[in-house]
Write a protein of this length. Structure first.
Length: 127
């Protein structure tokens, strides 16, 4: 098995459980799900769904940088939404953070997320 290396940064929210912000295994980095927590306060950004989605992508970008990459190196995203009516907002905001070809993606409607967040996104990045 490939050695795994944890990735951590103070520029993204600290883990609130038994997980790492990301794990590198060879050239692949698995980014844990990010909810819209402000890393400075660890409080949920609750202004709007758009603000929550932006914070999630900002958090993922910070972890990607800590891994020596950026959002352009993300090959797969999984989006979790407590209300699938917010899917259009995710697409609008995502278009500001990613360029074509966009990463592969799945979107899943779920009942609840930690801290009552409306969105969570995890990712796979290749360095």
């Amino acid at each position: 098995m490939t050695d795994k290396q944890p990735i951590a940064t103070a520029d993204a929210p600290a883990a609130i459980g038994t997980y790492s912000q990301a794990i590198r295994a060879g050239d692949t980095v698995y980014l844990s799900g990010q909810i819209p927590l402000d890393p400075a306060t660890m409080e949920l950004v609750a202004d709007s769904i758009e603000a929550q989605v932006r914070q999630v992508f900002d958090n993922l970008a910070a972890v990607a940088r800590a891994a020596g990459g950026d959002l352009e190196r993300i090959v797969k995203l999984t989006v979790y939404l407590t209300d699938l009516d917010n899917f259009a907002t995710v697409n609008e905001v995502m278009a500001e953070y990613f360029n074509e070809p966009y990463p592969a993606r799945a979107a899943i409607g779920i009942a609840a997320l930690p801290r009552s967040a409306a969105v969570e996104v995890d990712a796979i990045l290749v360095t």
